[in-house]
Design a protein around this ligand. Structure first.
Ligand code: 5GP
Ligand code: ZN
Length: 114
């Protein structure tokens, strides 16, 4: 997508601090971290939100979830992180390229949303 920030990051048009990359998945540090560890994991395929996941594109989402434990291990936060997805503007989604926030550290411990 031409005007999508994360597609621009994938094309190298906007710099990012890479954490992990494979054929299908890219992970990079959030520019405005909400916790000591705050990484965004995205499929390389442009999917605008979790609400747009279908049988045709779900393999890219599966690849994201296969990558997450590898990323956690690499960052030394295995079994100690939250995965957050904001789906839709009303719940705070600000970038419309599917992404999962990986958060770890004291700021995300001891607080439960549900
Ligand atoms: P959302 O609000 O859509 O769930 O999450 C979007 C996230 O993308 C935010 O946490 C925001 O800080 C991050 N973000 C927005 N623009 C950029 C950017 O250009 N580079 C990086 N690394 N993160 C970004
Ligand atoms: Zn995109």
């Amino acid at each position: 997508m031409d005007d999508c920030i994360f597609c621009k990051i994938l094309r190298g048009e906007i710099p990012s601090k890479k954490v992990y990359e494979d054929e299908t998945v890219y992970a990079f540090y959030d520019i405005n971290p909400a916790a000591p560890v705050h990484v965004l994991v995205i499929p390389k395929e442009h999917i605008s939100s979790a609400d747009q996941i279908t049988a045709e594109n779900s393999s890219a989402v599966a690849a994201v979830f296969e990558a997450i434990p590898k990323i956690a291990k690499q960052l030394g936060i295995q079994n100690n992180y939250r995965i957050i997805n904001n789906c839709g503007e009303k719940v705070g989604q600000s970038v419309f390229h599917l992404h999962f926030h990986i958060l770890s550290g004291s700021e995300v411990m001891g607080e439960r949303l549900i």
